[in-house]
Design a protein around this ligand. Structure first.
Ligand code: FES
Length: 310
């Protein structure tokens, strides 16, 4: 009689667990071992030579429980079920459900290096075959990531709106944007403008003209250090929140970001809070009639260095 799954396993001295699997010799189709679950202390592989008798509900072993406990733990990963490998005509000889029958892992499969080599080789061949088809698709999908920056000038209002020096004045404007594969839409943005006194202007420019470059390093525009109008991007360099021009009870008039309380003076210098760099000045030009235009650049938030992203 063949051992049945779930049969109780009894040693000469006591019951030790139950049969969870049988292991079959794939050539002879004979059960070579049973796998015994040891009542919560792992599994052991017991040779059929140890089996003294098999009844409907029990498998009796010749060994003592201490001898079985002393066997090395069963290494389940060295076996596969007969669900995973087909052993022809096995059911004719073994009458247990196929999923519970284990056979030793084939030697070839154990050679992971060899298997990995062939898997990698197959992947490389597949990649080379698929490349001519995939390349145009990838190029189309990745195109938005490599769009050049938009350096067009945008009209944002008239300078007549600024009535006092060194006071932040918000200019709102609309911009058309096209996000990757979405249809074009219009979003509202803003900058903070300043007509700076020479002192504040010098703090902004530190005595040098301010150059703006494109991704290739070519100069797009230069803000001259003696033109008193300054435009700051409306996004806080900390994490990109919008900020306001506010009266601070100790510091006086400042740019204040409500998100994490970064505070900047009129020149954009950080006075307090987590902001890693001053406010981002933008390219600006003012026509003879007072029309203000900017190039709407955006910079990475949270970095000390000013890294252009739009
Ligand atoms: S986003 Fe402005 S302080 Fe954090």
């Amino acid at each position: 009689m063949q051992p049945k799954l779930k049969s109780k396993v009894r040693c000469a001295d006591r019951e030790i667990g139950e049969v969870t699997n049988v292991i079959v010799d794939p050539l002879s189709h004979e059960i070579s071992h049973i796998v015994v679950s040891m009542n919560g202390s792992g599994e052991r592989q017991v040779a059929m030579g140890q089996v003294q008798a098999v009844t409907d509900n029990f498998v009796e072993l010749r060994s003592s429980s201490s001898e079985i406990v002393a066997l090395p733990p069963f290494k389940r990963d060295e076996y596969v079920t007969t669900h995973e490998v087909e052993i022809p005509h096995l059911e004719e000889n073994i009458h247990v459900s196929p999923g519970e029958v284990l056979v030793p892992f084939p030697e070839l499969e154990k050679s992971v290096k060899r298997r990995t080599f062939f898997m990698n080789l197959t992947n490389v061949i597949g990649f080379l075959i698929g490349l001519p088809i995939a390349f145009p698709v990838l190029r189309y999908l990745m195109k938005p990531m490599y769009q050049p920056f938009d350096n067009d000038w945008l009209k944002i209002g008239n300078i007549g709106k600024i009535k006092q020096e060194d006071i932040g004045v918000q200019f709102k404007y609309k911009k058309k944007v096209k996000e990757a594969y979405m249809p074009e839409s219009e979003i509202e943005k803003n900058v903070w403008m300043l007509k700076a006194t020479p002192t504040v202007l010098n703090q902004v420019y530190q005595g040098k003209d301010m150059e703006f470059r494109d991704a290739a390093g070519k100069t797009v525009w230069t803000n001259k250090k003696d033109i008193p109008y300054v435009a700051f991007s409306g996004k806080c360099p900390h994490l990109g929140c919008g900020f306001k021009w506010r009266k601070h009870k100790v510091l006086g008039q400042v740019f204040l970001c409500p998100c994490h309380l970064s505070i900047y003076d009129a020149s954009g210098k950080v006075l307090d809070g987590p902001a890693p760099r001053p406010l981002d000045a933008l390219p600006i030009r003012v026509s003879a009639g007072g029309e203000v235009e900017i190039i709407d650049m955006e910079f990475k938030a949270g970095t000390k260095a000013q890294i252009r992203i739009i």
